[in-house]
Design a protein around this ligand. Sequence first.
Ligand code: FAD
Length: 399
Amino acid sequence: MHIAIVGAGQAGAALAARLRALGHKGPVTLIGAEPAAPYQRPPLSKAYLLGDMPLDRLLLRAPEFWAAQDIRLVTGVAVTALDPVAQTLTMGAEVLHWDQLALTTGAQVRRLPAAMGGDLAGVHYVRTLADVDGMAPEFTAGRRVLIVGGGYIGLEAAAVAAKKGLHVTLVEAAQRILQRVAAAETASWFRDLHMKNGVELIEGVSLFRLTGQGGVTGADLADGRHIPCDFAIVGVGILPDTALAGAAGLVLDNGIAVDAQGRTSAPQIWAAGDCASFPYRGGRLRLESVPNAIDMADCVAANILGGGTAYVPKPWFWSDQYEVKLQIAGLNTGYDRIVVRDTGTARSHWYYAGDRLLAVDAMNDPRAFMVARRLIEAGRSADPARVADPATDLKTLMG
Ligand code: FAD
């Protein structure tokens, strides 16, 4: 049985390796449009951009791994068509037959339209190694960078730029940074952190357009302000990469729609990672994180081989900004209150819906993260009053 995997990122690499670990002996082909062998993206806006992590440490596997596992890794080649009936895919001049296919095509950054200056030279996006290698030379002390978007990517880029001595202005159209993903308490904590580090944060004001002749030299904001800059970074979210699946007629629904096992609307085609939306609590969910890419890929690999298990996400995430490691356990959707725990050296924000613990943002507090993650994964809660009391030993919450 030939298993082909389109997209050689975090999920694709995990899926291929898992197939072998589970004992699949037939051919496996892993195809990626990017020239690099599979690598991890999180350091792109953190240690790698800062210059603290060499290229070889970005790679998910040592170069010899793929051949040793008898996995055919094709890089620098995009799959341009799929035929779910004939069970073929087209890459360059080659038409490849497959028995089972997994789509792990990830996501594409949302770009600013050309009319807003999105195509000017010096406007950078943060998704691929090539994107980051392209913008790294801009990061020299004393230069001015404008960052559009106050989500995790924009804030991480701001932290790196500030650490490197650049003048940083970040513009967020929503009322506050992290609006889509975190509570006001967490946003406020990170706002203070960035301001202490000299970043100018402009919230509740949208970008009207980037300006410049050929290259970006500034930005006009919706409130009439003009911000001069030497270069710009746009971090305004991503869109699941469904181009191939859509053209092949697969059902899409905020990503490639899969069933509980990760199977798309075509019986021999599966999907995992950022590109896939799966059933969750009566609706559909699509997650954009490394743990989801790996866990879902592992589950789909087992199901391709006949496992028949439903994917149960255990959401967690992290972000590094300055000397702070933020760790997030759970999903905060539907929270109605935040319980703040502050021990003086560590801080965490606990999201509740009624008495039910949904999620936790832990800032330099690995213990709170670990305890909360275990509770949430076990479907358990924790008494808010005890959580808020800094004298409580968190381990006792696990009873
Ligand atoms: P990707 O890793 O994006 O891989 C998809 C691959 O498919 C791409 O290489 C693409 O080129 C390829 N592809 C698409 N279409 C085709 C085609 N037609 N033919 C061939 N190849 C194709 N997550 C965290 O959990 N924590 C973090 O701190 C964190 N930080 C991040 C920082 C940055 C800068 C970025 C960009 C992401 C970060 N993420 C983080 C998110 C995380 O990296 C993604 O969720 C994860 O990479 C998703 O894996 P994936 O395999 O689904 O997609």
